[in-house]
Design a protein around this ligand. Structure first.
Ligand SMILES: Cc1cc2nc3c(=O)[nH]c(=O)nc-3n(C[C@H](O)[C@H](O)[C@H](O)COP(=O)(O)O)c2cc1C
Ligand code: SF4
Ligand code: SF4
Length: 435
């Protein structure tokens, strides 16, 4: 059986599945049961300064984007950092770590952006026996209005400065959690690295409003007639998170910096996506909130079975394997040609591919043949765009076939070349590199 254990930024973990800093990791009662279920680690719900804890709204703090069959596509929250006493949290972290020495215990922190505040809390966290700290520079609501969370994560200079303080005043590895509410995620990642970060984790949640109630015409959800933008997460954000993870993984300046991938992980396939794009561990919040702690069991057995089927002995055997395939658009091979193919045996003649291609793509799918409904690709029109593949309701009924060098593309009349030719050298590009 494949070995799922790994070491991330110096922290040993029996598997790469960690619960993200959020309600699932809010207290010992939860974390103990999470470890019983099999989670390899947790990032404890973000702690703040000593003193009176923050206060959450006493109305809906969650909203969701649901599919028509009520599956959770996206999740929205306006929760703040922990609203429990700092002393209680520190005591519980100490107890839980003592009970579960083999699991990764990461403590998430958010205190004001002044050196004294960090200097005060860091030794207290170290005393708990925790394995590492995660700096929450991502919380996009409430705390950011107070100059913390995303307000720090959006300013690379602040990230660098606070990370440096943490490295100076603590021996623990420092993981910097990044906000996606920024135009270029490479800049905060580089800043974290300059400050001495041992790793970055991403993404925190995305600024969002779930919708408007059509009866009241108020935004939704509201507390006492008013709402506020919240942080978006869950399955819908995974592609955004994967891109950001890949951006950092292939940036020459941050390449090799350990990454904990977060955003929409709900099963082993999602975890595989992150790991193959370079993540060392993955963190989960929404899926645990929707389905409970035991989902980790499917994650672990699914990933392990996959690795066995591929002959991978450890996560390192495929970590980052997909990164070299992520390129700039300008580097894509314009000589490559694909054509859609419909499997007539499994087609149920619903017609969705025809409508999609006819109305918005290249009018390349028939709807009738000899007076009966019949859906077939006309290769002389098809540009291989993949739209029909994505709209067909029957899995694997439409696929794309790669034309081989020497074959004729019936659309252009050209013979497919085995040479790579991209936009950087294309004749239509006025900025092309000279040959
Ligand atoms: C209700 C809720 C509370 C959260 N609280 C925190 C927090 O205290 N600290 C933090 O760093 N991230 C917090 N997050 C963000 C998550 O840790 C995670 O980055 C985000 O939800 C994306 O992961 P997911 O798609 O698996 O939910 C919270 C998320 C939710 C939904
Ligand atoms: S791949 Fe695109 S162009 Fe070709 S048949 Fe499908 S939708 Fe039409
Ligand atoms: S969408 Fe799929 S099932 Fe429907 S007609 Fe096209 S190929 Fe057949």
């Amino acid at each position: 059986m494949a070995d799922l254990s790994t070491t991330f930024a110096g922290v040993k973990t029996p598997n790469p599945f960690w619960l993200a800093s959020a309600p699932p990791t809010d207290k010992a009662y939860n974390v103990n049961r999470a470890f019983e279920a099999g989670w390899g680690g947790v990032v404890w719900k973000t702690l703040g300064e000593a003193g009176p804890p923050v206060v959450n709204v006493n109305g809906p703090r969650y909203g969701a984007l649901l599919s028509n069959d009520r599956r959770m596509l996206g999740f929205n929250n306006i929760e703040l950092i922990t609203d429990r006493d700092l002393e209680l949290n520190l005591r519980e972290i100490t107890e839980v770590k003592r009970l579960w020495p083999d699991r990764a215990m990461i403590v998430s922190l958010m205190v004001p952006c002044v050196e004294e505040s960090w200097k005060a809390i860091l030794p207290r966290v170290e005393d708990t026996g925790a394995d590492a700290i995660e700096l929450n520079f991502g919380c996009p609501h409430g705390m950011s209005e107070r100059g913390m969370g995303a307000a720090v994560g959006q300013v690379p200079e602040y990230i660098e400065m606070v990370t440096r303080w943490c490295k100076q005043y603590s021996k623990l590895p420092v993981i910097v959690k990044l906000t996606p509410n920024i135009t270029d995620v490479r800049l905060p990642a580089r800043a974290a690295q300059r400050g001495g970060a041992d790793a970055v984790s991403l993404i925190n949640t995305i600024n969002s409003i779930i919708g408007v109630d059509p009866d009241t015409l108020m935004m939704s959800p509201v507390t006492g007639g008013m709402g506020s933008h919240g942080g978006y997460c869950g399955p819908a954000v995974k592609p955004i998170a994967l891109n950001m993870v890949a951006e950092i993984g292939r940036d020459p300046q941050t390449r090799g910096l350990p990454i904990s991938g977060i955003g929409g992980v709900g099963n082993w396939r999602d975890a595989l996506d992150f790991i193959a794009l370079g993540a060392g561990t993955v963190q989960v919040c929404t899926a645990a909130m929707v389905f409970g702690f035991k989902i980790v069991q499917e994650m672990a057995s699914g990933l392990s079975d996959y690795m066995d089927s591929k002959g991978f002995k450890s996560l390192d055997d495929f970590r980052g394997a997909a990164l070299p395939t992520v390129k700039e658009w300008k580097n894509l091979n314009l000589n490559h040609v694909s054509k859609a193919v419909i499997n007539q045996d499994s087609c149920i003649s619903c017609g969705r591919c025809h409508i999609a291609c006819e109305d918005t793509s290249h009018q390349a799918i028939t709807k009738m043949k000899d007076g009966v409904r019949h859906f077939e690709v006309m290769e002389d029109e098809c540009v291989g765009c993949n739209l029909c593949v994505t709209v067909c309701p029957v899995p694997n009924t439409i696929s794309l076939r790669d034309l081989q060098p020497g074959e004729k593309d019936l659309r252009t009349g050209l013979i497919v070349s085995d040479k790579h030719a991209d936009w950087t050298t294309h004749a239509n590009n006025p900025m092309r590199a000279s040959a």
